[in-house]
Ligand binder design. Sequence first.
Ligand SMILES: Cc1cc2nc3c(=O)[nH]c(=O)nc-3n(C[C@H](O)[C@H](O)[C@H](O)COP(=O)(O)OP(=O)(O)OC[C@H]3O[C@@H](n4cnc5c(N)ncnc54)[C@H](O)[C@@H]3O)c2cc1C
Length: 445
Amino acid sequence: MTINAPLIPPESSTDMRSNSAWAGFKSSLWFQTDPTPPAYPKVPDSLDTEVAVIGAGFAGLSSALALLEQGVGVAVLEARQPGFGASGRNGGQVIPFSKHEPAALCAMYGEEIGRGIVDLTISAADRVFDLIRRHGIDCDAVQTGWLQASSKPAGYAALKQRCEVWGKAGAKATWLDGDAIRQYCGSPIFQYGWLLGGGGTVHPLKYVRGLARAVSSLGGAIHGDSPALSLKPDDGRWVITTPTGVVKARRVILTTNGYTTDLWPGLRQTVVPLYSMQVATDPLPAAIGAEILPGGQSMTDALRLIHYFRRDAQGRFIIGERGPFRDIPRESDTPRVIGVARRMYPALNGVDFPFRWSGKVAMTTDHMPHFHQLAPGLSAILGFNGRGVAMATTLGQVLAAACLEGKALSTQFPVTPMRPIAMHSLNLVGIAAMIAYYRLLDRIA
Ligand SMILES: Cc1cc2nc3c(=O)[nH]c(=O)nc-3n(C[C@H](O)[C@H](O)[C@H](O)COP(=O)(O)OP(=O)(O)OC[C@H]3O[C@@H](n4cnc5c(N)ncnc54)[C@H](O)[C@@H]3O)c2cc1C
């Protein structure tokens, strides 16, 4: 069993202000196809606002947007520029699905909240496409569904049951066997799978930048290159210091996910930041491209360590998997995932993958996003476990609704106490070993 990457992230990877972190962001296909970063100004000397949102990804910007739509003043502070975190680097797969099945969610949180999470999950993709339509965001959005399929005989019953239970819960789930699934995937290797309607794809960086533009157009302030360095209560308000000025707010929302710093003690230790890596081809010749996912769905396989893949608006093929702990994957990190792509789609043999990039996924021990009320007027949502395009957008709106109603807690999603993971840095070692073990099991299966 070999692990071909450092077990613990090197310091440079954890410092968002480092050149390597910015170079990692710029290396993505998404940046290269939308290359002009907006330059939102730094925080001025002093700024007063009703709500300060820290972190300009899907979660922060969708909560800012929902607050502004109800007339609440918002300032968004971002360490670099909007989309710098996972939101600007991900696979752009919009997936209205949760790892836990509906019955498990009801067992975990009780019938009412469990059912509420199921409904939020099922509606999550529609919320994304609705925002895109309402704010006229030009981000190559396609809502043709999400596929999950397997090439292994083992696992048939479990995947079929997953399709059935989500269908019964109200999702648009269709079971696909044999030739039907092979036609959807455009690959000879898949034997069975399911199609989840409502899902689809976006250009994630264009989507998150579009959200930022919508926030600005509604009068919200966005401040780039403005990392929050400290956060303290003072006489009924929160005081946030940044390198260039001080922000005072009645409420603060933290949406920093896998890029969480030590701003609030213990919060960083509630998630394990794992890297996910993607590679992409240039636009494929029509003869090859038209055969791959001909219906334009996004897709993942059903392995323990999944591969996720899709085509983009220009016909590139993009595939991702769990990656090494570095901001920019090396060429030597990519042969395995390229090999997977070529096994699924033999027409890709001989096709180059000139793009490679990665980003941090925030994992939680219960595989659920976490919504915390950290102190009066201070909330956080984080831990999207690699499924945040739809869910971070959705929970941003849920958090805004809780703020608007003046409630400390959400009635739609469980608010849980912050629980730092014991021996957090050692957990990275354990997870790296587990990844290698799962990879071995996937290979044996
Ligand atoms: C490679 C990769 C592929 C993925 N693929 C998919 C996919 O296909 N589908 C899917 O649903 N999900 C996917 N995900 C997950 C998804 O991208 C995330 O769940 C989602 O983007 C999280 O959004 P967010 O707003 O919570 O956090 P982020 O987008 O990570 O934003 C957090 C922001 O907080 C900022 N920040 C941190 N600390 C501070 C501070 N102190 N002051 C100011 N700013 C700060 C950071 O700079 C960052 O911009 C993927 C993730 C990765 C990394």
